[in-house]
Write a protein that binds this ligand. Structure first.
Ligand code: FE2
Length: 266
């Protein structure tokens, strides 16, 4: 069956139909998927049945993997390349990262080399909520009012992770290394300031940028089904998890993430 790429929204996202990613496939198919990823920013492969190793092998087609710096029990035992995103507990302890991505962010933005992309595989899901929002930062940049474009021109922002105590500085507007398109790279979860700008100015500017980015015409909300594998481009996409039922004991959301290593933003 030939591959079909079906758009999921006007903003971003496409479903890849007709590919079982658990088995190796040829370079021609890879080129089709790669191009679809660059054009749609988020790809969803539904109905997958993946072992941890199969998810790792598929992820590696897109580049070397980047083990997440989170310590403790966040990695799947025996698989340092797989980060467990889960509300489950075992012996009173979380089995993975419980409250992952509560605000809009790009994975590992606080690293000198933020992630190229992330793949999230849904194993167990709640009966409602627990969805993931994706935002197209190319479109947000294109629609950015002129006064904001001028205000951030050539400026760098600071990023920080409280989870791993890592810092980095990156351009607020970055250029995608493969498409050459510009996007907004700051995010409310990990950006802590703007270089050579006072705290008051920074707060006012970032508040305005975030309000601009938080518009539905830039967003696609993915309603997960078990067996979904979503692959997003962290270089031009922000994402957020809807964890509004996190304190509800019946809310079980259990996923495996792989992270593809990226390069230094420019
Ligand atoms: Fe994330």
């Amino acid at each position: 069956m030939p591959l079909e790429i079906r758009s999921l929204s006007d903003a971003l996202g496409a479903e890849v139909i007709g590919l079982d990613v658990s088995h190796p496939f040829d370079d021609k198919i890879f080129a089709t998927i790669h191009q679809a990823h660059l054009e749609n920013l988020v790809l969803v492969f539904r109905g997958q049945n993946l072992t941890p190793q199969q998810q790792i092998e598929f992820s590696k087609r897109f580049g070397p993997l980047d083990a997440h710096p989170s310590q403790g029990n966040a990695h799947l035992e025996g698989y340092p390349d797989i980060l467990v995103i889960s509300t489950k507990t075992k012996d009173g302890k979380d089995v993975g990262i419980r409250n992952a991505g509560p605000m809009w962010h790009s994975d590992l933005a606080y690293r000198e080399r933020p992630a190229l992309g992330s793949m999230l595989y849904a194993l167990e899901l709640p009966d409602r909520r627990g969805n993931t929002g994706f935002a197209n930062m190319y479109k947000a940049y294109e629609a950015l009012p002129a006064h904001l474009k001028t205000a951030v021109e050539g400026k760098r922002a600071a990023f920080h992770s409280t989870r791993s105590d890592i810092d980095a500085l990156h351009p607020i507007i970055r250029t995608h290394p493969e498409t050459g398109w510009k996007s907004i790279f700051v995010n409310p979860q990990l950006t802590t300031g703007i270089e050579d700008m006072s705290e008051t100015e920074t707060e006012a500017l970032l508040t305005e940028i975030y309000a601009h980015c938080d518009q539905p015409q830039f967003h696609y909300w993915h309603e997960w089904q078990p067996g979904d594998l979503a692959f997003w481009d962290n270089r031009c996409v922000l994402h957020i998890a809807d964890h509004t039922r996190l304190d509800d004991p019946s809310y079980i959301r259990h996923m495996h993430r792989t992270t593809i290593a990226g390069d230094v933003p420019y």
